[in-house]
Structures are given as structure tokens and as C-alpha cells.
Ligand binder design. Sequence first.
Ligand code: FE2
Ligand code: FE2
Length: 277
Amino acid sequence: MTARTLTDMAVEVLSTADGRAKCEISRQHAETWFAARASGAALPVGTAFPPDHPARPAKPELLPPRDVPRRRPGSPAGRAALLHAVAHIELNAVDLHWDIIARFGHIPMPPGFYDDWVKAAAEESRHFNLICDCLESMGSHYGALPAHAGMWRAASDTVDDLFGRLAVVPMVLEARGLDVTPGMIEIFRKAGEDGAVKALEVIYAEEVGHVAYGSKWFNWLCGRDGLDPKDVFHDLVRRYFHGALKPPFNEEKRAEAGIPPDFYWPLADGQEAQADA
Ligand SMILES: [Fe+2]
Ligand SMILES: [Fe+2]
């Protein structure tokens, strides 16, 4: 293998279409990165040209959100559809974490920034595999149903704004995952589907870390530039995120991830008028 940079490795993941293959390459590259870091000879970050959209398998068919059939979790088919949607989110998350590395390689960041996103990408790869295993044990698979076409929008909207990327992807979208995952775990617990419960519990625990990486580096960048992180966060979410944030919020896990209530409550449904008054 020729000498490689981290951003080259990120582009390789982004350019791999098959979900399981993408996750295997993601896992291997994370191992390579951390082995080099442990040996004291970190790989260069480099710069690269990531694709506008990551490569994706021929299936699932990607549909506008309004055309994706509604998921009613009261039946096995409904629960399989719910897990299918989670698998789609996880695969997208693998690409999002490698994309932040590849897309912003030209902005000098401390090595810990790359450690965090490589680790997050490796965890997302595991999440995708765990959920695919659950789907397969239920007689389904990733690609069996249509999926949401709009998942890459946050990445496209923030393609040249690292502050915006951190605000919208980990601190809004992944933080939303912390709000909704406990309810999902309850659905599978009540249905006695222990495999799905275990997989979702792993995801729930590890996602706190991803949100924390987002708030850590967002605060770091704001501090470097002498900016008030709360004001910058509000401006960026209003610019790049389409719609209000939806309560109820998981205040405890958001706090654990370093996001205080005055970051998200002023952006919540029904709060905008009061916040601006
Ligand atoms: Fe995940
Ligand atoms: Fe994540």
C-alpha cells in the first residue's frame, strides 16, 4: 500500500457504495489511523476532493420524505421499517463523519479533532452493522424498503462552513437522536425484541460522545476566534437548519454532551417569537 493521508482514506470510504463494504473500509481506516497515532508517527491529514454526494448502493430507493411510507411500530413489519430507517441514518452518519474530515482538511485543527471523528465514524460503522444484523434476523435487510432522500442536505448546506457543519450535524441532528432513542428502545423492549434493544442501547451510549465531540470543537473554534458560541450557534442553525427544533429534549444527555438548554430552547417550536422579543 502506498503512503496515504487521512483525507484520502476518508474519500475512499465516501466513494464506496455498498453499505457493509463501506463500513468495513471505515473500520480498517480507523484502525490504521489509531495504530499510527499510538506508534507516535501520525498519518498526515492532507487535503482531498470528496464527492459532492457519497456513493450509495442501488437499493434502498431514495424518496422525498413525504413519500416514505409511515412506520407504525405496533407490528413486526412496522418495527422492521423503523430499524430500516435507523440503518439508513447510521450509514449516512458513517459518511458524515468521514466527510467532515475530508471536506475541511485545509483548515488546520489539532490532532484530537481527527481522533474524535475517526472514532465516531468507526462507531457508526458498527451501528450500521448491528442494525443490519437485526434486520436480517427478522428476515429483512437494508435496501428492502425505500428510504429518506434528504439525509445529505445538512452536509451540502454546510459544505464550506465548518462552524455550520458542527452546529447542524452533531449538535442538532445527532442531538435529536438522543431525544428520540429512549422511546425507540421502549418500543422494542415491549415487543420482546432483545437484539434490537441491545443494538439501540449501544447506539444511544455512543451517540452522546458524537454530540460531545461536536460541542467540544464548536466551542473550541468559537473560543479561538473570540466569538460567543451561543450566539454563533443560534445564527448558524437559523441559517442552515430548515425548521424549528422539536421538544421534548433529552436535557440530561444533552448536558452530558456539553449542550446547555439556552443553546436549543430559543430555537424550539413555538419559542422563536419569545426569543426575538
Ligand atoms: Fe450512530
Ligand atoms: Fe453519531
